[in-house]
Design a protein around this ligand. Structure first.
Ligand SMILES: [Zn+2]
Ligand SMILES: [Zn+2]
Ligand SMILES: [Zn+2]
Length: 1008
């Protein structure tokens, strides 16, 4: 098929979108003879109006892959200054969601804008592959089978699962046009990365940041693992609410003489009755006032905080107290008097110690706090102060295991139940023993596991920790702490938005020691040998290094596959006790430690990258996640932050500001949008929002972006269509010789270039998007392209006026294509292929640089722009007058049949306006009218005053040219072309159009 026939249907559709200067498509009897019409230079392009993105984008992706465009870009920028955006690894679980798409598009915009600004900006994407969510999914798939599988087999299943989602997400990220080293990403489960993780751990270990200790940690009994602070979310939860009395067993008179000989109790309030079997103490606030009051029926005496007395009595119907005012208590004393008292456990054979703690308040409860060091953070530290037993009574699965331990009698009714199920039998037991004063329920905000959303518990367990107060040496040689070094490094980083600095600083300042151990299989083991006799960890750098080398070869599986004898040199002895038998630690590292080591595993070790990175950019939740763990590992090991700048994005929400959820059905799936509207639409949507804030997305908004895309595409199509016969080397016109309007639009284009590049430099892609839209709508559509049609279509093809316009259109197309390439990567490349070629031109726009200002305009255009400020003000007035005159029917509907008369008011000294006079010849084009007269007449009737000048619209003089349809006074002056104006006659002559006779009344066809 020839090009001409291919282009034909295109041409028709395109033409229908234009306001043709020759009467338009709806004229009943087309007054332009067919043969004359064929002499018009109408747009021609193979760039289709309908983008067909869902079909065409995959084809372009394949072409890019075949050319290995990413490798070509690397080669093109080799040796240039580096810009390293380090990818935060998404978790290899499930398909991508809109948040992923937002994140990857922002990164792609950064990398592409840096590349086009001349930087060598490699992008190595990564995935977080280890960890609980994958292990849980694999558990579900394996079911009971898992029990018979060895850890290696389970790990293999997890690896396959992760790889499957790495592959899926990779294809989805590529589909939306994200460039990167997709054929060789970094995976935290690759052998090399696993080796780097233990290497980083050993760095901490050898520098004495790591200790093993008992600590209260959040524990998910469903997932059977410790959870980091970052892995806990607060949700509403209904708990029992019980008031329980503890009988005083020490001398009541020691508290207050008034209590001598009395039967005394204190009352505790708890929402976790399951912790009562682990109860070791009752805590009182030493500064608070407490009262002792008497039950009127039993004469039993109760001690509670004075401020809470009334509320306790009201909450406990079992108590008989008529009044709770100041006159009715037996004694009042400070909480400090209760330190050292002893109580009887309500159902176990155990003595409970009275202790003091300042976290006890009079806000709720009784002022007497039941304390179980194994199950509360505050309790744990109170227990340490009073040397209370911290015995763990609850196993990994959250089951009560008390029998034979510390006062538990065999066959306790709660034995073997999970903690939440054990509440009921424990409450029953309290009732039987007469210790229960009240039993209701209570809804409150309670910590839940972020993975499985089950309520979590606090449990004292043996864990590995990184100590935040580990001593470190500053650059100045002074001693400080790890925490302080991290805080100091935060100040050296650029945080965008700026509040990120305070946020992460607060988190680092207040965080507890970093619990890095997890009791799972799918991860990198804390590869430490423990003395079988004394439990002391072996810390031999040579041994550690041999494990790193082994992991490089065999992966972390080696820890599971090999026994101690094959891992440790023979004769290795414990530094503590000299014993020679060791066991392997089987806990794995926190996944945040893994991804947080990527500055080493990826940036340090990949030759094309380096640490610190120029930019980390992720969601705002990563101040407590990846930014946080990366900072800590890098500061500990390298003594500096791993990044120079951190930018954070907000959440993706629906138009009402709600989170996406299945039940609301408000989700926007990027894969689906790419399939229906195109990957380009997601990219343009990302560019349209300020990612620093929460961003709205919906089907509706995607459609709106799609409409904007269509407008932009049509503009690009107009540009391409009108330079189809333009060869820059042959036809371009020097700036100084260009038409003023063409010069002006190039000055505007240069401004756009500066504006967009400044926006790109500060990663304000939404500013670039808005600047682009404004330029396309205001400068191009409403002005330049509108008025240009007469010159483009009716002038002889080679007329300097037309070539001037084409020179501008070509430069605009070049500029726009490069400027939009980082965002509209598919479309820009499509346009690029259709722009005029030259020997030095890059094969893809993605290999090109942003246009330099000097490529668009030669220098300052200040005077030009000042003139145009006046001319455009005048144009606005003229357009208003034309509209008014049309409404009043003093002129026809066609500007081409209209004359504009400009005049000046009497009072204006300088007339005519020198600017208007200077540009007089282009005014008809600028107004789109047939003629413009500048009159020296004073204001007359029928004119409209516009400040210093007046504008009058009236029917044009002369007659209509059959070709351009303008009214002129020179129609039929050229004998060879008797029905057209002189300008058109020149054009016809220039293309050697055959002369013809004046038409007879029944024929408009010129002679052939
Ligand atoms: Zn869980
Ligand atoms: Zn030992
Ligand atoms: Zn004409």
């Amino acid at each position: 098929m020839s090009e001409a026939t291919q282009a034909k249907p295109e041409l028709k559709a395109l033409k229908s979108t234009l306001n043709l200067p020759v009467g338009g498509k709806d004229t009943p009897s087309d007054p332009v003879p067919k043969a004359l019409k064929s002499t018009l230079n109408l747009p021609q392009t193979t760039f289709p109006m309908k983008a067909n993105l869902p079909q065409n984008e995959p084809a372009r992706l394949e072409a890019w892959q075949q050319q290995d465009l990413y490798a070509q870009i690397r080669t093109a920028r080799a040796g240039q200054p580096k810009y390293i955006l380090h990818d935060g690894p998404p978790y290899a679980n499930g398909a991508i969601h809109l948040g992923h798409a937002l994140n990857k598009c922002i990164k792609d915009f950064v990398v592409k804008t840096k590349t086009m600004a001349g930087f060598d900006a490699p992008y190595v994407p990564g995935w977080d592959c280890h960890g609980l969510p994958i292990e849980i999914k694999v558990d579900e798939q394996l079911g009971r089978k898992k029990l018979e599988m060895d850890p290696i087999a389970v790990r293999r299943a997890c690896r396959e699962y992760a790889q499957k989602y790495v592959d899926l997400q990779r294809s989805q990220f590529e589909r939306i046009g994200v460039f990167g080293r997709w054929n060789d990403p970094y995976l935290t489960m690759s052998f090399g990365y696993e080796a780097s993780i233990v290497e980083t751990f050993y760095d901490f270990f050898e520098k004495k940041f790591v200790y093993k200790g008992l600590k209260p940690v959040y524990w998910c009994i469903h997932d059977r693992t410790a959870l980091a602070e970052a892995e806990v979310e607060y949700e509403q939860h209904t708990s029992p609410s019980v008031y329980v009395r503890y009988k005083l067993t020490s001398d009541p008179a020691a508290i207050d003489r008034a209590l001598a000989g009395k039967d005394v109790y204190t009352i505790i309030w708890t929402t976790t009755p399951w912790t009562l079997p682990a109860s070791q103490a009752v805590a009182f606030n030493p500064e608070l006032d407490y009262v002792a009051f008497e039950d009127e029926t039993t004469a039993e005496t109760y001690i509670v905080a004075k401020e809470l007395w009334g509320r306790v009595v009201a909450a406990c119907p079992a108590l008989r107290v008529e009044a709770t005012n100041v006159n009715y208590y037996l004694a009042k004393f400070p909480g400090s008097k209760l330190e050292g008292t002893t109580f009887q456990h309500p159902f176990l054979d155990r003595s409970i110690l009275g202790v003091t703690a300042d976290y006890v308040t009079a806000e709720q409860g009784t002022g007497a706090v039941h304390t179980s060091p194994a199950h509360g953070v505050d309790d744990f530290y109170t227990g340490q102060r009073y040397k209370l037993p911290e015995i763990q009574y609850v196993d990994n699965a959250g089951k009560q295991r008390h029998t034979d331990l510390h006062g538990g009698q065999p066959g306790e009714p709660y034995e073997g139940l999970t903690v939440f199920k054990s509440n009921a039998p424990i409450i029953e037991l309290l009732r039987e023993r007469g210790a229960l004063l009240s039993d209701t329920s209570f809804e409150h905000s309670y910590p839940h596991c972020w993975r499985c959303h089950n309520p979590v518990i606090v449990r004292a367990t043996e864990q590995w920790f990184i100590g935040m107060e580990t001593p470190m040496i500053t650059d100045e040689g002074t001693v400080t702490t790890f925490r302080q070094r991290a805080l100091d490094e935060i100040k050296k980083v650029v945080w965008d938005p700026a509040w990120g600095e305070e946020r992460i600083s607060n988190m680092i300042a207040t965080r507890p020691d970093w619990c890095i151990s997890r009791q799972r299989i799918w991860g990198v083991p804390i590869a430490v040998f423990l003395c079988d006799k004394c439990g002391e960890p072996l810390n031999e750098p040579a041994v550690n290094k041999s494990i790193v080398d082994l992991f490089k070869k065999e992966g972390a599986d080696a820890w599971y596959a090999r026994d101690v004898a094959s891992l440790l040199p023979a004769g290795t002895a414990c530094a503590g006790c000299g014993h020679k038998e060791f066991r392997k630690e089987m806990d794995i590292l926190d996944v945040w430690f893994e991804s947080g080591s990527s500055w080493h595993a990826v940036l340090d070790l990949e030759p094309e990258l380096h640490s610190p990175a120029d930019l980390y950019t992720e969601g705002g939740d990563q101040h407590r996640g990846w930014f946080h763990s990366s900072l800590l590992t890098s500061v500990a090991v390298r003594n500096h932050a791993p990044y120079k700048m951190v930018a954070t994005s907000g959440w993706t929400l629906d138009e009402q500001g709600r989170a996406f959820s299945k039940s609301l059905g408000n989700g926007v799936d990027p894969v689906d949008i790419a399939k229906r509207l195109g990957g380009e639409i997601i990219r343009l949507w990302v560019a349209s929002v300020d990612f620093r804030e929460d961003v709205a997305a919906s089907e509706n908004l995607m459609q709106r972006v799609s409409d904007n895309y269509r407008k932009l595409r049509n503009t690009l199509r107009f540009l391409l269509g009108n330079i189809h016969d333009f060869n820059p080397e042959e036809h371009s016109i020097a700036f100084s010789a260009m038409q003023p309007l063409d010069q002006y639009i190039l000055a505007r284009t240069a401004e756009l270039d500066a504006k967009i590049r400044a926006a790109y430099d500060s990663f304000e892609f939404h500013r670039a998007y808005h600047a682009l839209n404004e330029y396309v709508n205001t400068d191009l559509s409403a002005l330049y392209l509108d008025v240009l049609k007469d010159r483009l279509y009716t002038f002889a093809p080679n007329h300097p006026g037309r070539r001037s316009a084409q020179t501008a259109l070509w430069r605009i197309a070049e500029t726009l294509t490069r400027l939009i390439a980082p965002i509209l990567s598919f479309t820009a490349d499509e346009v690029w292929a259709l722009l005029p070629k030259s020997a030095t031109r890059e094969s893809s726009v993605h290999l090109a640089l942003f246009p330099a200002m000097s490529e668009i305009i030669p220098g300052t255009t200040r005077q030009l722009e000042e003139d145009w400020d006046q001319l455009l003000t005048l144009r606005d007035e003229v357009l208003k007058v034309l509209e008014e005159a049309r409404t009043a029917k003093t002129i026809s509907n066609k500007p081409s049949e209209t004359q504009i008369v400009l005049g000046w008011l009497n009072s204006v000294a300088e007339r005519p306006n020198p600017v208007f006079e200077q540009y007089k010849s282009i005014l008809p084009e600028l107004f789109g009218v047939a003629q413009v007269e500048i009159s020296n007449a004073i204001v007359t009737e029928g004119t409209v005053e516009k400040g210093a000048f007046y504008v009058q619209a009236k029917p044009a003089a002369g007659s209509k040219c059959e070709r351009c349809w303008r009214f002129t006074e020179d129609v039929s002056q050229e004998a060879n072309y008797p029905t057209v104006c002189l300008r058109c006659a020149d054009a016809l002559e220039a293309i050697h159009f055959p002369p013809y006779d004046a038409p007879s009344s029944n024929s408009t066809e010129p002679q052939a």
